[in-house]
Design a protein around this ligand. Structure first.
Ligand code: FAD
Ligand code: DLZ
Ligand code: SF4
Length: 510
């Protein structure tokens, strides 16, 4: 039967069973479309990265002998949406059957579900064969439970997939080594210089500009640093296990203005596009540890494995359990606007300036920068989660809604009221100073709560707790904060709240 198979930009899995045999009756289609480039303002590196990886994947399939149609952004006959282009192809080439893989995003999933209802030819849906868990597996695992605790799901994944296990017990006897993974970088410690690529994406960037796609951030098109095919992705994985894994866990939460990725893997783009499978990534890390366990301590490895088999799968499970309602949640009713400097980095607050500038320059920030700097401030500033989501969904090369929204709206903004996290991730300057090298040279004074040059995080932090007392005071994990707040002199409390009010009023000048 003459068959058309759709491959989305984040379905670049060379080892999918679709490609096991060459079949002249099957045509694969990949397409660059405005519905995907325009649903949010993406970083230019994200659009170029997806297009480059899609083009490489199409080339690779063709070299293997598969029949491929690739629709470029400015192609004359590009109708700029998945459905219209598929309709057009079916009618031109007289396809008799249509197939696609389960999309990772709810938006596209709905779109395809509705689309196939309109088809007069037969169709079939396939799994992406990428994740450890099925879409509905987390919901089934937590059935009847009020709280979705990540640790429980992580242990279940480890047991089910026999990862770092000895019989039914965790290898080494302990599941989680997180308490060992909270170190600040020592002064003068220079982390591994990141491996970057020199891909030439000039033509792609030219086409994106020609089409007037609105993007954010910067790019060096002749030296595009992100991996765009499986070979480069594997090179990055090798670099990670050799140069970064030995320190990964220890400095996982550390931040510095002097390195944009520290010991982080930067593999999220390669996995989210499916150029690499999560299983092969953790297996490679485990092998490196097995061969060098005198050099790589177990906390480094367990920390890394937990991010992938734990957090990544957990976030995806929450997404499919809670969408579409999740995208509307706003537990605190936050309505403020994102400060202008989120789009420029022009702020005197060092931590935010460096985290935002590196995001604009590299389409990347590591987890603690996302959670405890930009996310933390947005929550303290009472920004509407819709705006926070749009910023995160656009700016990062790895941003796809299934993993972005659960991390942003859930974990970082607590807009889900405690599904993805058990308490809001907010902090004053003391945590930021403990984990980073930002505060020392900052315009603001990390030790001051009020007065000239007082660090805005300090007053906004107490203001946050004060404002949301009715929603948070009962939470066991934060009742200590209310004890401390309520012990303060009323005059000091008023000063702090006034300072916060002033900063919120002049937020764009911070
Ligand atoms: P590493 O630190 O090297 O970790 C290894 C891998 O573990 C990552 O590649 C990633 O696949 C996985 N991982 C780690 N933490 C998480 C997590 N919390 N959730 C899911 N997977 C995780 N991740 C995305 O892939 N896309 C996003 O759009 C995204 N948005 C985020 C928004 C916010 C507000 C926050 C707090 C986190 C977000 N994350 C997102 C999770 C995490 O920050 C990134 O996965 C990580 O920074 C990617 O860099 P890395 O590959 O160097 O990660
Ligand atoms: C992120 C992205 C962008 C910017 N452009 C495209 C595109 O033009 N064509 C495409 O197939 N995929 C693109 N992607 C990735 C998609 O947004 C992703 O495949 C879907 O949202 C499903 O997760
Ligand atoms: Fe950020 Fe405050 Fe530290 Fe400045 S003093 S870097 S604003 S936490």
């Amino acid at each position: 039967m003459k068959t058309l198979r759709l491959i989305l930009g984040d379905q670049l899995n060379r080892y999918h069973s679709w490609f096991n045999k060459i079949d002249q009756n099957i045509t694969y289609v990949l397409m660059e479309v405005r519905t995907e480039t325009d649903y949010v303002w993406h970083h230019i590196q994200k659009v170029a990265g997806f297009f480059a990886a899609m083009q490489e994947f199409a080339k690779e399939l063709e070299q293997q002998g598969h029949h491929v149609i690739y629709i470029k952004l400015n192609d004359e006959h590009n109708l700029q949406s998945f459905e219209s282009n598929i309709d057009q192809l079916i009618s031109i080439h007289q396809f008799e059957h249509f197939e696609y893989q389960l999309p990772d995003e709810y938006r596209v999933d709905q779109l395809e579900k509705n689309y196939i209802l309109t088809l007069s030819i037969t169709h079939k849906v396939f799994d992406t064969e990428h994740f450890f868990s099925k879409r509905e597996e987390l919901e089934e695992f937590f059935k009847g439970k009020k709280l979705f605790i990540m640790e429980g799901f992580y242990q279940y994944m480890r047991k089910k997939h026999r990862v770092l296990m000895q019989g039914d017990e965790p290898l080494t006897g302990k599941w989680n080594y997180d308490s060992e993974n909270r170190k600040r970088l020592p002064n003068n410690h220079l982390p591994a210089y990141p491996l970057v690529f020199n891909n030439d994406v000039t033509e792609i960037v030219h086409e994106i500009k020609k089409a007037n796609v609105r993007t954010i951030g910067t790019i060096d098109p002749a030296n595009f640093v992100w991996p765009v095919n499986r070979e480069q992705s594997l090179e990055l994985l090798e670099f990670f296990v050799k140069e970064c894994l030995p320190m990964f866990g220890t400095y996982q939460d550390a931040m510095t203005p002097h390195s944009w990725s520290i010991y982080h893997s930067r593999l999220s783009f390669t996995m989210n596009t499916k150029m690499l499978a999560p299983l092969e990534v953790i297996n490679r890390a485990i092998k490196e540890w097995e061969n060098n366990n005198n050099k790589i301590t177990y906390n480094q490895l367990e920390g890394f494995v937990r991010q992938i088999i734990g957090w990544r799968e957990y976030m995806r499970g929450i997404y499919w359990a809670k969408m579409p309602e999740y995208a509307e949640l706003n537990y605190f009713g936050n309505q403020n606007t994102l400060p202008d400097w989120y789009w420029t980095g022009k702020t005197k607050m060092n931590c935010l300036k460096y985290s935002i500038l590196q995001s604009l320059e590299h389409a990347y920030a590591h987890h603690i920068q996302r959670l405890m700097i930009t996310g933390n401030f947005a929550l303290l500033a009472g920004v509407n989660p819709d705006e926070v989501d749009a910023w995160y969904l656009g700016i990062y090369i790895d941003a796809l809604q299934w993993v972005e929204i659960t991390n942003t709206r859930g974990m970082s903004q607590f807009a889900d009221g405690g599904i993805a996290g058990t308490k809001p991730y907010v902090s004053s300057a003391s945590y930021i100073d403990k984990m980073s090298h930002y505060c020392g040279s900052c315009y603001y004074n990390k030790a001051k709560r009020t007065g000239d040059k007082a660090c805005p995080f300090n007053s906004l932090y107490w203001n946050f707790y004060d404002q949301h007392e009715n929603k948070l005071a009962k939470n066991q994990r934060i009742s200590m904060m209310y004890k401390a707040w309520n012990k303060m002199e009323p005059s000091l409390k008023s000063e702090i709240l006034e300072q916060a009010e002033y900063y919120l009023k002049y937020i764009n000048e911070l």
